[in-house]
Structures are given as C-alpha cells and as structure tokens.
Design a protein around this ligand. Structure first.
Ligand code: NAP
Length: 282
C-alpha cells in the first residue's frame, strides 16, 4: 500500500476540521480521526492506532489530553512508515518552566521532537475562536466574561491562520523540517479590550471583570468542567500573567508569506454569523 494519506487527529476540533477542509480542497487524500470521527482514534485506546496510521505519509497531531501517550504513538507512526509529523502545541512551551500548565503538550513535543521522522511544531497563542467556539463563549452570551487576566495583553491568533499554517506545513515536505513556529496574531490586546471589540461589533452590552485564578477555576467547575480541566485553564492565566507570551512574532509570515489576520477581522466575521446574538438584534 502506498503511503500518500494525511492523517488528521482532532479532526472534529477547532483546528482539525479547518485543516481537513484545506487539505481536501488542495487534493490531498485525508483520513479524519478522533473518538467520534469516521476513523475512530482514542488516545486512551492504542488498539485502534495502527489502523489509523496505515498508508499515512504525514500526520497532524493534536496533543493527547494527558502527558504520555504521544511517545507510543510516535513509535507506531515510525513503524507504519509515516514520514512527517506536525504537532499542535502552545505558545512558548519551552518558557512554561515549573508551571503545571501544558504538561500534555510538553510531553507530546518531547515525543515528536525526539523522533527520527521529519517533524514540525506549531505553537500558537490563545485562539480568537475561544470567544465563540470554546470556553469564553457561554459567559459572553450571558453578558460578562470574568477571567484572571488584567493588564498583560495577549496576541490572539485566528484559528483560520493556524489551519492555513498547518496545511502549508503538511503539504510542503522538507521546507519546515525541524522547525518550531511560534504563531501569533498581528498585535496583542487585553481581554478587556477584546470584549469591548466584541461588544461593539455584536451590538450587545458585554462586560469584562478580573477575578482571581481560584474564583475562575470555581466558575469553570460550575459550568461543568472537571476540577482538573478547570485548574488547567486557570493555570494558563497564571502563566500568561508572567508576561513572557505577550509579544508578537513573524513566524506566521515566515510560513505563509503574509501577515496574520487581525482580531477585528475575526470579530466582525463571528458577529455577522450570530456568535453572540442575532446581528439584527432580533
Ligand atoms: N484554545 C487555544 O487557545 C489553544 C491555543 C494553543 C494551543 N491549544 C492546544 O490545542 C489543542 C486543542 O486543539 P483544537 O482546539 O483544534 O481542538 P478542540 O477544539 O479542543 O477539540 C479537541 C479535538 O480532539 C479530539 N479529542 C478529544 N479527546 C480525545 C481523545 N481522548 N482521543 C482522541 N481524540 C480526542 C476531539 O474529538 P472527539 O471528541 O471526537 O474525540 C476534537 O476533535 C490542545 O492541545 C490545546 O492545548 C489551544
């Protein structure tokens, strides 16, 4: 069997489904995989991994939710004849130090970077789409976002740009080998400023309030997250408040030859699509 398929893990997620659409449009044979995808892939069930890896040339890897399994996955990928791995990690993963944040992504980086395969690591900042497709969405729809973030700005990146970068790296063998790309938006803004832009574009009176990390974690548990997941997200803010991840980089332009999309561009698209209420106010 020839190896020409690109395996996309996390294929139903924010980046994965966008990567899949781009690859298909460009004519790349794609295998979509996750616990609920056509090819069933569960990080906690290695029994299904070899079937997912059969005939695969390149894989887009969204890190497992816990540290560890990526090492075995990389070994199986090598044995299956996979040639390239593109890992989604997080901004500044080598600066997280003694933080408990991102142990899952750091473990996956160790596995991928230690492999004999051609690898590339993508380390994006916080996604703009967290405001309409993820953890910041429900509080905004309720009218107020309360986070343990104050004056330290964040260079939010549009997930469309992450997917453009991933698709480029997956389809350009050799060019990105052994590279770690720190992907950011074009400017950093505070969470308060981000909510202000969303409020203006959506025509809704949305507010921002600073809370402590402990208060934030408690509110996430109330929303239904597990204690562990809530601590994980809260710890991300503790780490971001150190200020080391607030700057922008040129890495997206290095990959794509163009500037990243602005946060304002994201906000008008999401507002027009009704992310925070009907655009006509109805
Ligand atoms: N959000 C951000 O701002 C941000 C920034 C930088 C990095 N990241 C990193 O990005 C990653 C998440 O990527 P994303 O936002 O594209 O995905 P996502 O929207 O969080 O969706 C998660 C994906 O992983 C799959 N999945 C979840 N648990 C799984 C398991 N046990 N086994 C196999 N598949 C599983 C899900 O599909 P099923 O439910 O069908 O399995 C889904 O496709 C995380 O590692 C996060 O740390 C996020």
């Amino acid at each position: 069997m020839s190896n020409d398929t690109t395996l996309v893990l996390g294929a139903t997620g924010k980046t994965g489904r966008r990567v899949v659409a781009r690859l298909r449009l460009g004519g790349t044979p794609v295998r979509t995989a996750s616990r609920s995808s056509r090819t069933r892939f569960d990080w906690s069930d290695p029994g299904g991994w070899d079937a997912a890896l059969r005939g695969v040339a390149a894989a887009y890897v969204v890190a497992p939710p816990v540290p560890g399994p990526a090492h075995e996955f990389v070994a199986r990928a090598e044995a299956a004849g996979v040639r390239r791995l593109v890992l989604l990690s997080g901004r500044g993963a080598d600066t997280w130090g003694d933080s408990t944040f991102g142990l899952d992504m750091r473990s996956a980086e160790d596995a991928v970077r230690g492999s004999a395969l051609e690898w590339t690591v993508l380390r994006p900042s916080n996604f703009a789409q967290n405001f309409d497709e993820d953890v910041f969405h429900a509080p905004l729809v309720a009218g107020e976002l309360a986070l343990p973030a104050d004056a330290v700005p964040e260079p939010f990146i549009d997930v469309e740009d992450v997917a453009d970068a991933a698709a480029a790296v997956l389809t350009e063998p050799g060019r990105h080998a052994g590279r770690v790309y720190e992907l950011t938006g074009p400017r950093a803004l505070t969470f308060g400023a981000a909510v202000e832009l969303i409020s203006r574009a959506s025509g809704r009176p949305l507010s921002y309030r600073r809370v402590s990390p402990a208060e934030y974690a408690a509110s996430l548990v109330e929303e239904g997250l597990s204690e562990d997941d809530a601590q994980h997200v809260a710890e991300m803010f503790v780490m971001m408040e150190r200020g080391l991840l607030a700057g922008t980089t040129d890495d997206l332009a290095t990959v794509l030859g163009r500037a990243p999309r602005t946060f304002e561009d994201y906000v008008v698209r999401a507002a027009a699509a009704g992310a925070w209420g009907r655009p006509d106010g109805g």
